[in-house]
Design a protein around this ligand. Structure first.
Ligand SMILES: [Zn+2]
Length: 388
């Protein structure tokens, strides 16, 4: 089968604090500490075969390129990848995917060959304290397809019954090709869902929400805030094209932060202005630029406001602790999407949200290298790979 492959050079930075296990196993919890000179190509692998009774083999139809994939393509001045997440190379990337069930293990009951499914790629262990506490997205012993083990930028991917989400409910409203694109979009959307609703407890109808960062996760957050009954959703993007998309996804107003800066103002000030000085009930950091975004959020939170951190960024940023204390505000961190895919599918089935406008570019699998290159450009929101 055709696959996308990422190879690279294992060369831990001199100051990298890696465990003996990471050094011996040539993998790291933070790829930017040890992997350099990434090389993307399209190659050939064997089609994986069913090994366990609950395995599900999926014929991939659509796979999105995430900012994290782009960060496994882009490098810093020393040639290290930008991604601050667990990675083992060589690797088949791809963790936002949907396809058609090709074959199932003997014990699988919930899906059959031919069924359209979204695949969530975190293979949580089920036994660590996070899993036992009902937080499998935070599993401490997981393998993650597309990062630590092979993912879905391929013609086939092996998953397991607990990780596939049926998409047949979308058939009433959407074409077959749209179903797979929506299934792939459910990954970034469910990251937003999990952070906003499962971790942060959501917003009340009539609330005000500000979304900072209008990549796929931020754009999905806008649609979800709207679906949850927010009275007002403000969006802050780093270019006019993304701001335009934010409006299409349901933002009441969307701003290009660079234009704001040229006009001598900033997101925090605009948020205060638009909320009559009250600030917002929920502010979402989906830019992966907390250093720039948090000061804006800190000055524009309502009393009891919630901050949801969804953008990934290595390193630390200063925090104005008094801003949170004075407002009785809370910060929620969230990662992963388990339990978030089903409600996002349900919202689509019910016609309450439609995330398709997030897709700005489409490429066939053969042109995946071009696709990931395109995904590094700020004007692209979601670059989708179709697997014919
Ligand atoms: Zn676990």
């Amino acid at each position: 089968m055709k696959v996308v492959e990422v190879a690279g050079e294992w060369d831990p930075r001199p100051d990298a604090e890696l465990s003996a296990q990471e050094r011996e196993g040539r993998w790291t919890r933070n790829a930017s500490l040890a992997w350099r000179s990434p090389r993307w190509s399209v190659g050939q692998r064997e089609v994986p075969s069913i090994r366990h009774p609950h395995d599900v083999l999926v014929r991939v139809r659509a796979v999105g390129i995430c900012g994290s994939d782009a960060h496994l393509f882009e490098t810093d001045a020393d040639g290290y990848v930008l991604l601050p997440y667990r990675v083992r190379l060589p690797l088949v990337p791809g963790h936002e995917l949907a396809g058609e069930v090709a074959e199932v293990g003997a014990a699988v009951r919930s899906v059959r060959p031919g069924d359209p499914v979204a695949v969530h790629t975190l293979q949580y262990c089920g036994v660590c304290s996070a899993c036992r506490a009902g937080l499998p997205s935070h599993c401490t012993d997981a393998e993650d397809q597309g990062f630590s083990i092979d993912g879905g930028m391929a013609e086939y991917v092996l998953s397991r019954e607990s990780n596939v989400v049926p998409l047949a409910g979308l058939r009433e409203r959407f074409s077959e090709s749209d179903i797979y694109e929506i299934g792939a979009l459910c990954e970034p959307a469910s990251v937003a869902y999990l952070g906003m609703f499962a971790r942060a407890g959501g917003v009340q109808p009539g609330a005000t929400v500000a979304v900072h960062g209008c990549g796929a996760i931020g754009l999905a957050a806008i649609a979800l805030a709207r679906a949850a009954g927010a009275a007002s959703v403000l969006a802050f993007a780093t270019n006019p094209a993304r701001a335009e998309l934010a409006l299409r996804l349901g933002a009441d107003e969307a701003f290009d932060v660079r234009a704001l800066s040229e006009a001598g103002t900033a997101a925090g000030e605009v948020t205060l202005e638009r909320t009559g000085g009250n600030g917002v009930d929920m502010a979402i950091e989906a830019a992966g630029a907390a250093g720039a975004v948090l000061p804006q959020i800190e000055r524009s939170l309502a009393v009891g406001g919630k901050v949801v951190l969804l953008g990934s960024q290595g390193g630390s940023v200063p925090l104005q602790t008094m801003a949170y204390m004075v407002k009785g505000a809370s910060i929620y961190g969230s990662i992963g999407n388990i339990g978030g895919v089903e409600p996002v599918v349900a919202l689509h089935s019910a016609g309450r949200i439609d995330l398709r406008p997030i897709i700005t570019d489409r490429f066939p699998l053969d042109r995946a290298v071009e696709a990931v290159n395109r995904a590094t450009e700020k004007s692209a929101a979601k670059v989708m790979i179709h697997v014919p």
